[in-house]
Design a binder for this molecule. Structure first.
Ligand SMILES: Cc1cc2nc3c(=O)[nH]c(=O)nc-3n(C[C@H](O)[C@H](O)[C@H](O)COP(=O)(O)OP(=O)(O)OC[C@H]3O[C@@H](n4cnc5c(N)ncnc54)[C@H](O)[C@@H]3O)c2cc1C
Length: 338
């Protein structure tokens, strides 16, 4: 029976969290189909220990393609390696992350294999009876959820948003195989040379990795007031998020936008003020652990999803909350020094 594959991502031999999120999705699909789940890794060098984590988090098999040319992402080289492997082993489903490399790589492979591809899926399932992959994603401006099938071509391919699912816990008792495969040197793309990778860290807040996010929406009324959100985020040691309304008005920049056309985040704590809870905003916070909403309208949609709903005026609540938390933190720090 043909396998389900997930394409893992790594950097410098360290697997990225999204590789484990994909395995959680893939595991459900493979179990429904009664087939094996394989995780495919492309790397210049990666330890057995790192690959073993893929098995502990759901894979039955790890296929690791290796070559010094796989140190940095070069779409053509990665695509040729994966196409050759897919032609040889004919997986029925291939999942990759909807990251910039996944979004670049998967269309390339789909075209070469004459397969279908659904980008940015929020839900995946297996259809009863046919065993086809049901690929659900927002469509028509986010107003409907469309479920797409590709019955005539294999593999069925999808990209999945990072942070849209939680990785499975590590299970050291899980067993599986690790196969290392040398890349055919003919696949190395000679026209592209990676000279180096530079990370832009100045003023950068990694919203997707943040444990605490404080977000503001149109209820803040004007740009100057957005500092209330920043102050609370600073007091909590968190990152700043925003609704699209706040971004469109220029109160903060697009990298801070949370939601369907912004980022999907998975913090332990999400506090939002003056955000109504439109479906497109909620799409970005479904996997947040604890949601605190501050909104003066008791009927606001955000209150229904929130774990703690504060009905009130954000201009009164935010400064009080910030002050209390800053005082509490200062008290703890003082206590620690004594
Ligand atoms: C294709 C598409 C993609 C989209 N993508 C996104 C996306 O990624 N992210 C996103 O956020 N939106 C997105 N949207 C827009 C979305 O539909 C909403 O318009 C947007 O989320 C609303 O932003 P908001 O909650 O800040 O504003 P509003 O809906 O205007 O809500 C403002 C809230 O503030 C409250 N309020 C007002 N004054 C106070 C006060 N003094 N104290 C407390 N509360 C107060 C009000 O009660 C109200 O609930 C998208 C839309 C489309 C069509």
């Amino acid at each position: 029976m043909n396998e389900v594959w997930t394409i893992a991502e790594q950097s410098g031999g360290a697997l990225k969290a999204v590789s484990f999120e994909l395995l959680a999705r893939g595991r459900q699909l493979a179990d429904k189909l009664g087939v094996k789940l394989a995780s495919v890794v492309l790397a210049d060098s990666i330890s057995d220990e790192a690959l073993r984590e893929l098995i502990e988090r759901g894979a039955d098999e790890v296929l690791c393609v290796e070559h010094p040319a796989l140190a940095g992402f070069v779409c053509e080289t990665f695509a040729k390696a994966l196409v050759a492997l897919a032609r040889e082993r004919t997986p029925q489903v291939v999942l990759a992350a909807a990251t910039s490399s996944g979004r670049t790589l998967m269309p390339h492979i789909a075209v070469t294999l004459h397969a279908g591809l659904t980008a940015d899926c929020t839900e995946l399932d297996i259809e009863e009876g046919t065993g086809l992959l049901l690929q659900t994603r927002p469509a028509i401006g986010g107003n409907i959820m469309a479920t797409i099938k590709t019955p005539d071509h294999k593999p069925q391919m999808s990209t999945v948003r990072p942070k849209a699912s939680r990785p499975l816990d590590r299970d050291a008792c899980r067993t599986g195989s690790i196969e290392r495969i040398a890349l055919d040197p003919a696949f190395v793309e000679r026209r592209v040379e990676v000279l180096g990778l530079e990370r832009d860290v100045e003023g950068f807040e990694n919203l997707e990795e943040a444990q605490v996010v404080v977000a503001g929406g149109r209820g803040l009324k004007k740009a100057e007031n957005f500092k209330l959100v920043r102050e609370l985020a600073d007091a909590l040691g968190g990152a700043v998020g925003a609704s699209r309304e706040a971004v469109d008005r220029g109160w903060t920049s697009y990298p801070h936008q949370v939601g369907l056309s912004g980022k999907t985040i998975s913090p332990r704590l999400y506090v939002c003020a003056g955000v109504s809870g439109a479906i497109q905003h909620l799409a970005g916070i479904k996997t947040a652990e604890t949601i605190v909403s501050i909104n003066s309208d008791p009927e606001a949609g955000i209150h229904k999803l929130a774990d703690f709903a504060v009905v009130g005026d954000l201009f009164e609540i935010l400064p009080r909350l910030t002050k209390r938390i800053a005082e509490r933190r200062a008290g703890v720090a003082e206590g620690a020094c004594k």
